[in-house]
Each structure stands twice: as C-alpha cells, then as structure tokens.
Design a protein. Structure first.
Length: 176
C-alpha cells in the first residue's frame, strides 16, 4: 500500500530510464515498481501481482460523479518493444481495509512501448457514476497486470516527468 496525495512530485528524472527509483527493492532490481502478470482483480492475494495506492482519510465528504481518468507511466518489463501489455485499474472507497468498488477500466495495447525504450504514458478513462465518499474514508486505486499481458509490467511515478495521477469528476485530482 502506497500513499496518494495532492503534492506534485519534484524529484528530477535520471538520464537513464533504468535508473529510476526502485519502489520494490525487496523483490527485484528493476526500475520503478514491477507488477507480475496474472493478477485476478482488486482483491488479488499475491502482493507481487497488484499495487494499491490510497489517499489519506478525507477531511470532508466528497461526491464523485461522471468520469475518472487515470494516467500511468509504465513499460513492458525490460522496456521490451516487441511485447504488448494489458492492465486493469480499480477505484475503491475504503474505511480501513474494508473497501467498496466504485468503478474501473482496462487498457490493452499489443504494441505497448510503441518503439520507445523508456517509460510511456497510458491513459484510462472510465465512468464512475455518482458516489458519495464520506469524511474519514479514503480513495484507493488498485492496479493489476492481466494474465493476457505478454509479460510483467513496470510502473514509474513520483518524478518531474512521470507524474502518474487520478482525476475524478474533473475537479478531484490526486497525483502521486
């Protein structure tokens, strides 16, 4: 579980995309965060097959309605330009570890890297409907890599150029 907040990242980008901060150094030496393919939804039990980002408890109630846009900087493992990827994201309303799914979406691209040997931005937009999130609740974004992805996926964030973010209803914006 990592934190989402409204503070924009200021860390400079390394010159080499392989030198990005390793958010899961306890699991591998790869840059960014690796999510192993084969995740089975927002309640996936294998910690290597999902990532959760959560806001701090909201100080006041908010109403989410309309659409959510999720922008993720990612890459196929080893920046392999010959492989495709498929990721799913889930937006949830949480009180502690008790979460209710609000919405989600999937992005699939048989040519994920589009020839780039670096991080690529992928954008997902999905309908959230209308949902009141009570004060004290947190919003959570869960990311998995589907089993139909050609390989595991890497995710970069928290630097000047790799500002992954969630925008809800066009007014509730949470970068991380």
């Amino acid at each position: 579980m990592l934190q989402m907040d409204v503070d924009l990242p200021t860390a400079p980008d390394p010159a080499d995309p392989f030198e990005f901060y390793n958010f899961d150094a306890d699991r591998n030496d790869s840059p960014g965060l690796t999510i192993i393919k084969g995740g089975s939804g927002p309640n996936e039990g294998d910690p290597a097959k999902h990532q959760h980002w959560q806001t701090p408890p909201l100080p006041a109630a908010v109403t989410i309605q309309g659409q959510a846009t999720v922008k993720l900087w990612s890459a196929t493992k080893d920046f392999d330009v010959t492989k495709g990827g498929r990721i799913s994201v889930y937006l949830r309303d949480c009180v502690g570890s008790d979460c209710v799914g609000l919405s989600g979406g999937t992005v699939s691209d048989p040519n994920w890297q589009r020839g780039s040997a670096s991080w690529v931005l992928k954008t997902l937009t999905f309908t959230t409907g209308t949902h009141a999130v009570a004060a004290g609740h947190s919003l959570e974004l869960v990311v998995i890599v589907e089993g139909s992805s050609d390989d595991d996926m890497w995710f970069a964030y928290d630097t000047n150029s790799c500002k992954s973010r969630v925008t809800l209803s066009g007014s509730f914006d949470v970068p991380w």
